[in-house]
Design a protein around this ligand. Structure first.
Ligand code: GLC
Length: 719
């Protein structure tokens, strides 16, 4: 259908049909309308003819189901306008990949793109058109449950992942490639900055901070062509994002040139009332449509109030037309007017879903996502060792993590089964030891018995999927007490212990890291998790993950992140014994483990880095070269990281900012020369007047293995 005909279609629509095109409900509202007429439909104030005209549905999946829903809808819709079908495919549809915070630890954009591509393929064949991903909220507070869906604390890295995920979901040509789905970057904006790390809480920050740290990744996703954007639940400078015209009209649409569909988060239009930013549904609906929110998810205010507001002259119908056109244009781009069933195909569904190829990507991703935090000579496990695998995640399918709605825990490779493919069953005892959050004496006794007979203990510990994710904020981010008690009871046996953690956030590792000899963070590794962690435990693969979020020393430090400002009284080794410096009386300032940190099974050394010049001007390139050597006995991967510091800015500047990285693989003894190029444009920042430019002066540059262990060099920018 040509664009003209989209406009023509709009001209044929009644205002009721136009408004109904802008609401989104779950499929139950369509399937048994009769039942819903008295139930949720009535509760939502939606009549049957509204339902016949709605524009989109969320969380309908399965080729057979989605085709039936579409077919029924087309029979009832006067103008034959097909539905958009959307769902949360964050890290996989049925083949589940590591949660985003895990995948991000791979520092591998190609891998991230491939996981999104596989997820798109499985989603498209079940009839989905849009995924509510990537989630690119910057997060500096691991108490916040949705940190698990993020890629961490760095604006640059988050932006790289945003691009990779959008490329993977959408491919090159969404119109032609029905194995791809439209991306919906979320949640605009700064949802990860909720005060206290408490979900849905207030966000308060300056526009400069918002632009410097929190907005870049959303913009990267928009620049990469994300077809949709989703609003955040929170306020931005006192105005709920979902009714925030400055954010959605000025920034998103005017500054960034976004012409796609803006969808509210679930109920977020109506929540403006609870926020205290709207007196009633009509005001909330008006503020949302004026902010350019095209689709209202799961609340009916557009349907209940917009027509009257137009009739009263309080809302310009042109705003509604604009939104309807964007929705129709997305349907046209997806080819739905020509083929409303797009990629849905029951036969192909069987071969595509959980294919060997997708499982292989899932296993690779889980291997590359794991981060080795400590290893004092116990990993990899040696063949012939009698091993006791102990912990609530030893034989658990709860390793898919949050937002794995259509993954099946029974299809997940459990750690015990993964390890059985590596060693004789007679050499591998397994005991639960405790449940995730509780335990019994007999569980403990069984574990102690297994441990007594073993040469080494592998602990499988962590959080359940419900302990992170949406509404999964925790004020205490240690492992549950039952698991800390298990460690404490095993410790006196004096056996070497390696802990594998299945977690959705950086944890406070008190009671863990000092008690064991090795810690391997598996995150929620997904469908192939047990096989991948077994690959790492037995040395068939080597850990190569690096943290994209600081692990705090304790929750009292939060927010703790690497790219912080220096303050006027920075703590230094020289003044550590002084009182009047920026420090705690009872704990260090530094996180337990810094951004960029991770170990492997080999070691690397960095020679002194060399700069191609001491001074650069705009338009010139500074080349930083460093020789990295694998000084260990086995091959390994290293993520060489480049950070910059603007020593004196017009406003204060972070002590470090990641500007580039390179993941390299080296054979034992091999040396490689890694070169980075830096230009003036990478030194720009938001000034107090929000101009975005660089300043002349001294800069420091850091090259190394993480944000803490990196050599400092200096150079000047002159103009
Ligand atoms: C949820 C989440 C959002 C998700 C949407 C649809 O509340 O905040 O990330 O995409 O609703 O499930």
């Amino acid at each position: 259908m040509t664009k003209r005909s989209i406009t023509e279609l709009l001209s044929q629509m009644t205002i009721d049909e136009k408004i109904a095109q802008l609401i989104q409900v779950t499929p139950d509202f369509l399937t048994d309308t009769e039942a819903n007429l008295t139930g949720p439909l009535a509760a939502l104030g939606l009549s049957e003819d509204i339902i016949h005209n709605i524009g989109s549905v969320l969380s309908a999946v399965g080729a057979k189901e989605t085709k039936a829903i579409q077919e029924q809808h087309l029979k009832r819709n006067r103008l034959g306008i097909p539905l958009l079908l959307m769902a949360d495919i964050i890290h996989g549809y049925r083949t589940i990949f590591p949660v985003s915070l895990g995948l991000a630890s791979s520092w591998d954009m190609n891998l991230a793109e491939r996981t999104a591509e596989a997820a798109a393929k499985e989603s498209a064949v079940t009839g989905l058109h849009v995924t509510f991903a990537p989630m690119v909220d910057l997060v500096r507070d691991p108490r916040w449950g949705r940190v698990v869906e993020s890629t961490g604390e760095d604006p640059y890295l988050n932006g790289e992942y945003a691009r990779a995920f959008v490329r993977g979901f959408q491919g090159e040509d969404l119109s032609a490639d029905t194995d791809r789905i439209a991306a919906c970057v979320k949640h605009l904006a700064a949802y990860g900055a909720a005060e206290g790390g408490r979900d849905y809480n207030t966000v308060n920050m300056s526009e400069r901070q918002l632009r410097e740290s929190y907005l870049p990744a959303y913009k990267e996703a928009v620049d990469a062509g994300s077809e949709l954007v989703m609003t955040a639940f929170n306020t931005v400078d006192g105005v709920p994002a979902t009714g925030n015209r400055w954010l959605m009209r000025k920034v998103l649409r005017e500054e960034w040139g976004f012409g796609g569909v803006l969808i509210s988060d679930w109920g977020a239009v109506q929540e403006m009332i609870a926020h205290g930013a709207a007196a009633d549904g009509a005001e909330a609906a008006r503020k949302a449509i004026e902010a350019g929110v095209d689709i209202e998810m799961m609340t009916p205010l557009y349907v209940l109030d917009l027509k009257r507001l137009v009739e009263e002259g309080k809302v310009d119908e042109a705003l509604i037309d604009e939104s309807v056109l964007r929705v129709l244009r997305l349907k046209e781009k997806l080819g739905l007017f020509d083929n409303p069933y797009r990629g849905a195909d029951e036969e192909r569904e069987e071969e595509v879903i959980l294919s060997g190829e997708h499982r292989a990507v899932a296993r690779e991703a889980a291997v590359k996502s794991a981060v080795l935090l400590k290893n004092e000579g116990v990993l990899p496990l040696r063949s012939g060792q009698k091993t006791a695998l102990i912990g609530p995640f030893a034989q658990s399918g709860d390793i898919l993590g949050p937002w794995s709605l259509w993954g099946k825990r029974e299809e997940a490779a459990q750690l015990y089964n993964g390890m059985l493919t590596k060693t004789e069953s007679s050499l591998l005892r397994v005991a639960k030891g405790c449940d995730v959050e509780s335990g019994s004496e007999e569980q403990l006794e069984e574990a102690l018995q297994a441990a007594r007979e073993a040469d080494i203990i592998v602990l499988a510990l962590g959080e359940s999927s419900e302990m992170s994710g949406e509404a999964g904020s925790r004020g205490d981010i240690r492992l549950p007490k039952a698991q800390l008690d298990l460690i404490a009871r095993l410790k006196p046996l004096g056996k070497p212990m390696a802990a594998v953690l299945f977690n959705g956030r950086p944890l406070d590792l008190h009671g863990v890291i000092d008690e064991v000899d090795a810690v391997l963070v598996a995150w929620f590794p997904g469908t192939e998790g047990g096989n991948a962690i077994a690959d790492l435990l037995y040395g068939d693969s080597a850990p190569s993950g690096r943290l994209t979020m600081s692990f705090p020393y304790a929750v009292g430090q939060i927010p703790v992140y690497y790219n912080h400002y220096n303050t006027g009284r920075p703590l230094t080794p020289e003044n550590a014994d002084q009182r009047y410096v920026s420090k705690y009386l009872d704990m260090p300032n530094d996180p337990l483990l810094p951004f960029g940190f991770g170990l492997g099974y080999t070691t690397f050394t960095y020679a002194k880095a060399a700069l191609s010049a001491e001074t650069i001007r705009p338009g010139e390139t500074l080349t930083v070269t460093v020789d990295v050597t694998n000084t260990g006995e086995t091959a390994g991967e290293e993520v060489v990281q480049l950070y910059v510091r603007d020593v004196a800015g017009e406003v204060v500047r972070p002590v470090k900012e990641l500007k580039a990285f390179r993941k390299i693989k080296l054979a034992p003894g091999e040396t490689v020369s890694v070169a980075f190029e830096l230009g003036e444009e990478q030194l720009r920042y938001y000034h107090s007047d929000l101009s975005y430019e660089s300043d002349e002066g001294e800069f420091q540059l850091f090259v190394g293995a993480n944000s803490r262990d990196a050599e400092a060099l200096s150079f000047q920018l002159v103009k």
